[in-house]
Write a protein that binds this ligand. Sequence first.
Ligand SMILES: NC(=O)c1ccc[n+]([C@@H]2O[C@H](COP(=O)([O-])OP(=O)(O)OC[C@H]3O[C@@H](n4cnc5c(N)ncnc54)[C@H](O)[C@@H]3O)[C@@H](O)[C@H]2O)c1
Length: 354
Amino acid sequence: MSTPLRIGIIGAGQISQGACNDINADPRASVVAIADPSAERCAALADKHAVTQRFTSGEDLIAADGIDAVYVATPNAYHAPLAQAALEAGRHVILDKPFALNLDEAKACAAAARAQDRILMLGMNQRFKHSSQIMRARVKAGQFGEVYHAKACWRRRAGIPRIGSWFTRKAISGGGGLLDIGVHMLDLALYILDNFRPLSVSGATYTKLGNQGLGGGGWGMGEVDPESTFDVDDFATALIKLDGGLSLCLDASWALHQPQPGLDEVQVFGTQAGGCANSGEIFRFSDDGYQILQGPPTTGLDTVGGNRFSNFIGACCGEHPPEVTIDQALAVQAIIDAIYQSSASGRDVAIDLA
Ligand SMILES: NC(=O)c1ccc[n+]([C@@H]2O[C@H](COP(=O)([O-])OP(=O)(O)OC[C@H]3O[C@@H](n4cnc5c(N)ncnc54)[C@H](O)[C@@H]3O)[C@@H](O)[C@H]2O)c1
């Protein structure tokens, strides 16, 4: 492995703008190549970071010499195929969410990582927020007693990335708000609970506002096709039962009639207290009624520092295991698949990860 780690970026869209900064900010790594079918977007990002190797295909970047690892940040349909090709070529991979369009694709990718003994890490950036780390550490330290239920949501009132972009075309995105932002909160809730052992799912997904042209947001740099059909979910809800008697409710919306413009939170409910990850508030009974407080103290709690890229780079350098494991990523993908299946069938779906 060369030092610094030579990283190629596949997809020069919106998320890669910040990703390039994050990678280059780490002294152990450097962005050495960028690929995007839009030569213009590729050149704009490459010029900004003085990257000389430029490609219009991800496959060509993967085949190029002098690349140790790849960040895949393309539309979702290309995630697993590109990640698998990179792993089979001996590169480490950090893959932006969602893992894949379905569990079979994800499993093939995971098998390639294991066969090649390469790092495959999903770039679940929400886990690395300080508030997420503190909440996970509080649960681990028993500050809530026995945690038996959690609620996770990312509910936007009008936050469809852009209507008519690849995000809203199922053939390329694989799904809507559930795959795009629901996956973040699902992963974060399971991470906070430290329980990636789903047993069953009851889910419902809806396409009710985006198909009326309502709820558009402003994210994304890819082309918009105004003639395309909005055929993905703009709201999803699910009850997930986990091993050990825990339950988790998940809500994800790109567009929804609700009072707030946006709400993203993971709440946990335990026998001693309840708490919110983002606000940091803790709720519990006290001698004189009910307390809502910003405590107890957080010193001494076991947290992980850095961001998703520094964690991935450290894992590639053999300093520690990746904070997002392959098994965890497969469990999240299995739940997402089950939510869509449950919605289509109108029935609960059992999950067996064995
Ligand atoms: N982790 C997060 O918080 C977060 C946030 C936003 C987006 N994302 C993920 O990042 C990925 C990219 O999203 P974005 O917002 O940058 O989208 P975007 O539309 O801004 O950019 C996508 C880019 O990919 C390029 N592209 C299309 N097909 C390609 C291919 N086969 N090979 C290489 N490049 C290709 C497009 O030309 C475009 O430049 C998505 O999977 C999305 O889910 C993650």
